[in-house]
Design a protein around this ligand. Structure first.
Ligand SMILES: *Cc1c(COP(=O)(O)O)cnc(C)c1O
Length: 353
């Protein structure tokens, strides 16, 4: 604490990212990174950059990357907004679109960055409880609100809802923006992006993606959102009032190569899904209850062992997972899907315990 902190800074409770331990030989299953590297084309694209050009500012619009993203999704580049990781994109969404006279609505159990942004930007929010099976019921959001945001699949539960439910939500909620955070969409969830194509693009839907998870580029910091050009335009106004050059030259070049290699994404996501299926079966044989996941992580609990104890037991054996000391989910562990080998080490550590 310093007497120079503003009153806002004094009241913040910042987001706590999963730890990035420096120890080698750890089985790191705590921050949902990809166990496989990015497309080899990413490294090639970065190496092909002329380092002498680094003295020059990058393209502030990221036009080539926007075009690549638009081509991938069958959209217009005017429907694409870029940021330094999707966390930055989300910050601009909260500041520019979700600060309204009514509170923004999001699940009681969800990505814990959402309430942090609300505090920072002075946004009123209302949490909507997940159902008994930790599911999102889109109908629960059909109440007066200043905006709606949730991940699909949700984090940290891994549960998803069908696109049709979200479609009906946006049509029944014409007066505020609905933001679907699709950070983990590539592991078996229906994306809402098809709703944005063509002349019937809704005015009030934004879909947020990141290159940090399925494209294995958490270290490059690239995220984006797609939606109606008028929403995107509002976000550009916020961005250009904050940092006009959020993506460096190397990030733009690497991201384009990653977006263009859809085959690599599909191959590595399929491997993660296979490992997930196997792990869920192995955990079930050990007595764990696991929520149905369409993410690159699972949310699981054991009726006889507390979440805190299991977390510590794994840590003692060099395996790091995520445990949240929060109401309703204290008994759960969130475990990132690693390689088959890492998964095997996890299962054998649990068996020994
Ligand atoms: C990981 C994650 C993000 C943020 O990813 P970036 O690395 O900032 O792009 C956003 N939303 C959810 C739900 C996430 O889990």
């Amino acid at each position: 604490m310093s007497r120079f902190w503003s009153s806002v800074v004094q009241t913040l409770t910042p987001y706590m990212p999963g730890e990035q331990p420096q120890m080698q030989r750890l089985v790191k299953l705590n921050t949902n990174e990809s166990p496989y590297g990015p497309s080899p084309r990413v490294l090639a694209a970065i190496e092909n950059q002329n380092t002498a050009d680094l003295r020059l500012y990058p393209d502030p619009e990221g036009a080539a990357l926007k075009q690549a993203i638009a081509d991938l999704h069958g959209l217009d580049p005017k429907q694409v907004f870029l940021g330094n990781g999707s966390d930055e994109v989300l910050a601009h969404v909260f500041a520019g679109l979700l600060k309204q006279s009514k509170p923004v609505h999001f699940p009681d159990i969800t990505y814990s960055f959402y309430p942090v942004y609300c505090k920072l930007f002075g946004i009123d929010y209302q949490t909507v409880p997940l159902g008994n099976q930790f599911e999102i019921n889109a109908a629960d959001y059909k109440v007066p609100n200043g905006g709606i945001i949730f991940p699909n699949p949700n984090a940290p539960t891994g549960r998803s809802i069908p696109r049709s439910e979200i479609e009906s939500l946006i049509h029944g909620n014409k007066d505020s923006v609905v933001v679907i955070d699709e950070a983990y969409v590539d592991y078996g969830t229906e994306s809402c992006i098809p709703l944005l194509r063509g002349n019937h693009c809704p005015e009030n839907l934004l879909v947020v993606h990141t290159l940090s998870k399925s494209r294995a580029l958490a270290g490059l910091r690239v995220g984006y959102t797609v939606g109606h050009p008028d929403l995107i335009n509002g976000l550009e106004r916020v961005k250009n009032s904050f940092n006009s050059y959020p993506l460096g030259r190397l990030a733009q070049a690497g991201a384009i190569a990653a977006i263009e290699d859809q085959a690599h994404l599909e191959e590595t996501s399929a491997k993660v899904i296979r490992t997930r299926t196997k792990l869920v079966e192995q955990l079930s044989a050990l007595g764990f209850d696991t929520l149905p996941s369409t993410a690159n992580f699972i949310f699981t609990r054991h009726p006889q062992h507390s979440g805190a104890k299991l977390d510590q037991a794994l840590r003692d054996r060099g395996i790091i997972v995520r445990h949240f000391k929060l109401p309703r989910i204290e008994e759960f562990l969130r475990i990132t899907i690693g390689t088959d080998e890492q998964s095997g080490e996890l299962v054998s550590a649990l068996k020994k315990f």
